[in-house]
Design a protein around this ligand. Structure first.
Ligand code: SAH
Ligand code: SF4
Length: 358
């Protein structure tokens, strides 16, 4: 399984130009894969047959196959995608804003979408509340497998290449544990003649590998980061996220302070709220204190239960009281609306379900 064929989505435009000569052919191919979403080499009508045949011996065009799709009433679509070695992972199409019309029924604003992508099959971090962690770690995704998730979902939803889209690295896996392929994918997404998705439209969510937060910052890719904080003291955080022992809360806060952030922007802190664990006012108070020196915004997430979990979903009253405390003390705070709750919301759940059926 180690000799997977590279796909054309593994390359920056410059790399492709070195692989395919003359350079205008590389440019045409880049257009075929990122603007036309070509599904096969045969689709590339203006590329000579011999060149297509040679490319097909060395590279895969489309590394992903949609094997399951669940659509929710709010427009969320969860995809289960299979890779060339038969392993599967998920990506989610999220409708963030409905389209708008004026009185005459004319479209004034197109709907806005975000794609949630995976970076690994499984995860090494082993969070005790996370379904992905239960299956252990299988392998890193290649840059091309990360990039192809966005192409596959845009294609499946007839979303033109030049329509704006946001990417969140919040699917399966810990993105910073696969930093090399992650950073390459970020660069490929940014390619002007590819999908042209700027750093500002890409958010890397991490469970807090503080040394890797620094490394990502040094790469200066212009991306946002979201920190999965979930707890305000190290004892509870270590229970929830075992590697907190090596990267404690303080080390994460310090790394965030060093991270290059657009001065107009805020760093997102995700706080998974679990009934009776971290949903009390004392935790809210500590959270305010912890984030005093940071331009932060907090996103409260309802814990989403799954069979066998020891944790419970918090009450709405506690969730709102928590939010009110933060807002009263000057923090921006939203409660994540449970997109796709009627399908299988938390990461890893679609995969579990499909495998259970087989
Ligand atoms: N590994 C990265 C990104 C993937 S997880 C990270 O941990 O940030 C993406 C988000 O899903 C995280 O904020 C995580 O806390 C959340 N999540 C995991 N299990 C969940 C569950 N059972 N209910 C709600 N959110 C969950
Ligand atoms: Fe990995 Fe994130 Fe799940 Fe933790 S929450 S096990 S870091 S995917």
């Amino acid at each position: 399984m180690n000799d997977l064929k590279p796909s054309l989505y593994d390359f920056t435009q410059k790399e492709l130009t070195q692989l395919v000569k003359p350079s205008f052919r590389a440019k045409q191919i880049y257009g075929w894969i990122y603007h036309q979403y070509a599904q096969s080499f045969e689709d590339m009508k203006n590329i000579p047959k011999a060149m297509k045949e040679e490319l097909a011996t060395k590279y895969l065009l489309n590394p992903l196959k949609i094997v399951n799709k669940e659509e929710s009433s709010d427009g969320t679509i969860k995809y289960l995608l299979e890779m060339q070695d038969g392993k599967t992972m998920e990506a989610v199409w999220l409708k963030m804003k409905d389209e708008q019309y004026d009185e005459s029924g004319e479209l004034t604003q197109e709907a806005k979408y975000t794609i949630c992508v995976s970076t690994q099959v499984g995860c090494k971090v082993g969070c005790t509340f996370c379904l992905t962690a239960k299956g252990g770690f299988t392998r890193d995704l290649s840059a091309g497998e990360i990039v192809a998730q966005v192409v596959t979902l845009k294609r499946d939803n007839n979303h033109k290449h030049n329509r704006k889209i946001n990417i969140v690295y919040m699917g399966m896996g810990e993105p910073l544990d696969n930093l090399e392929n992650l950073s390459k994918a970020i660069k490929i997404f940014k390619e002007e003649e590819g999908l042209a998705i700027g750093g500002k439209r890409q958010t890397v969510s991490t469970s807090g590998l503080s040394n890797k937060i620094d490394k990502l910052g040094e790469m200066d890719l212009g991306v946002h980061i979201a920190i999965s904080l979930h707890a305000v003291d190290d004892e509870l955080r270590t229970e929830l996220i075992p590697m907190n022992k090596a990267h404690n809360i303080n080390s994460i806060i310090e790394a965030v302070k060093r991270f290059p952030i657009d001065t107009r922007k805020r760093v997102m802190f995700e706080y998974l709220v679990i009934k009776g664990k971290n949903d009390d006012q004392a935790s809210a108070k500590k959270l305010v204190k912890l984030l005093t020196d940071i331009k932060a915004k907090v996103n409260l997430i309802y814990f989403n239960p799954y069979p066998g979990t020891p944790y419970d979903r918090p009450s709405r009253a506690n969730m709102v009281a928590f939010q009110e405390y933060l807002v009263k003390h000057g923090l921006l705070c939203t409660i994540r609306d449970s997109k796709g709750i009627d399908i299988s919301a938390a990461c890893g759940q679609l995969k579990e379900k499909t495998q259970g059926e087989i």
